[in-house]
Design a protein around this ligand. Structure first.
Ligand code: LLP
Length: 432
């Protein structure tokens, strides 16, 4: 009935997550709070792992794109589940290492890794670098020589595919700041350069065609284009690269209009295309990598808020004012992102009021959702915004000097704090 299997309504008419009453969780941990169902989180990982096993003989690895939601405990869970990790900053690497995540299963992304980050990642033996540009290639080569290490790399390629998604989160087409373009020959030159740099081992290629994609077709097309490029590299330079990383972007359900494929279906379809295309081009079956970010934690999370006031502006709209907003979820103000909002303590009541849910920041655009339906709510009620497990905590800010909300994991009826709520001292920790 909801956007995620981990949500239900109990006999008191309260929303539950992983079987736990969200109204009680709001009481216990305060609001706003991010709550995530750990069993669902783990199950999502297993679904990717299992389907690579089933449809591709296990010759591949799903990486959790930690930018979606990164904290020590989530990295620990990813390590336990046997996932790889996409990291895109020194901070994500540090967090993952702190969690005991094996460095060899990390892939370091980013279109402008700083010299300090490159140095750090090489020193920590991060498994693969996904190289974005020639400056990085040269800089990385020099660091590898200086540290006397051999560094495994993939090249980030723009396959020129429009995945029909929101403009801000389209990254595969030619007008993108990420990676080397295929059609201009830039990617081939980069491959040639990479193959000549001692201490760098060119292992494969990577692309990421966008986010919140509901269809397997763009991934299939990307796989074909990328395999074509591998064949070209083999033909031109005699190097058969073994790794094909097809990025992330698998969609999730924000409301009932969203109909993502089961993740196994993407993997099944892509596996078929990879096998057939590799055979046609005379290539060995590459090791495939996918990088799901949003689809691992996204639908496992809800954010709980408390209503402070309801402001009715006759013949205009009714604002429901909550104790969080753009500082814990900037996705509406950034992308006009849609969300399903429920009243957690009246989850079974008919949603017969049209309201705008507004945050508490000094910014008119600080809204969570406009013209959405709720039952009549009053101060003290608890609102739950669904599918906030990805790109919410990760994109939180301190605007208006508001402390960040905690991340609470629930598992088998037990909640535990993964990230504690910030206090005012935390806000001033670095002030001199
Ligand atoms: N791999 C790479 C190289 C990426 O750049 C991304 C996301 C992913 C994997 C994971 O993509 P996902 O499966 O989560 O779609 N802040 C935006 C999303 C930006 C995604 C950036 N890259 C949002 O809130 O929608």
């Amino acid at each position: 009935m909801f956007v995620s299997d981990c949500l239900q309504i109990n006999e008191s008419g309260h929303l539950t997550i992983g079987g736990m009453d969200t109204v009680a969780l709001a009481e216990q941990f305060g609001t706003p709070a991010y709550i995530m169902d750990e069993n669902q989180l783990r199950q999502n990982c297993r679904e990717y792992l299992r389907s690579i096993e089933q449809f591709y003989g296990g010759h591949g690895l799903p990486l959790y794109a930690s930018k979606a939601c990164c904290c020590t405990e989530i990295c620990r869970i990813m390590a336990e589940e046997g996932m790889g990790l996409d990291v895109c900053s020194g901070g994500e690497i540090f967090t993952a290492l702190r969690a005991g995540f094996p460095p060899e299963r990390m892939y370091f992304h980013g279109n402008n890794k700083t010299p300090a980050e490159i140095d750090y990642a090489v020193r920590e033996n991060i498994g693969h670098f996904v190289v974005d540009n020639l400056e990085e290639l040269r800089g990385l080569g020099a660091v590898a020589v200086a540290q006397g290490r051999r560094v495994r790399i993939l090249l980030r390629v723009k396959p020129g595919i429009d995945a029909h998604t929101h403009d801000f989160i389209k990254t595969g087409q030619i007008d993108s700041k990420f990676g080397f373009a295929l059609e201009t020959g830039e990617a081939l030159l980069a491959a040639e350069a990479a193959l000549q740099i001692p201490h760098l081992e060119l292992c494969g290629i990577h692309c990421h065609i966008g986010s919140q994609i509901f269809d397997a077709a763009p991934f299939e097309l990307a796989a074909e284009v990328m395999l074509g490029f591998l064949a070209q590299i083999k033909e031109r330079f005699g190097a058969e690269l073994g790794v094909l990383n097809l990025g992330g972007g698998f969609g999730i359900c924000y409301d009932e209009d969203d109909q993502p494929l089961p993740y196994a279906a993407y993997i099944e379809e892509v596996s078929k295309v990879v096998k057939a295309t590799a055979a046609r081009l005379g290539l060995a079956m590459p090791y495939i990598i996918v990088e799901p970010g949003r689809s691992i934690p996204g639908s496992t999370g809800v954010t709980l808020y408390r209503v402070g006031a309801v402001k009715e502006i006759p013949s205009v709209r009714t604002y429901v004012l909550i104790d969080g907003g753009m500082c814990d979820n900037p996705r509406y103000i950034l992308y006009g992102a849609k969300y399903r909002v429920l009243c957690a303590n009246k989850a079974a009541d008919p949603a017969d009021q049209m309201v705008t849910v507004a945050g508490r920041c000094c910014e008119s655009g600080d809204l969570i959702q406009e013209f959405t339906r709720l039952p009549a709510v009053k101060p003290g009620d608890v609102l739950a915004v669904l599918s906030t497990g990805a790109y919410n905590y990760a994109m939180a800010s301190h605007y208006n000097r508001i402390p960040n909300a905690p991340v609470i994991l629930v598992r088998d009826g037990i909640p535990r704090v993964a990230v504690r709520r910030e206090n005012y001292e935390d806000l001033c920790r670095n002030d001199l």
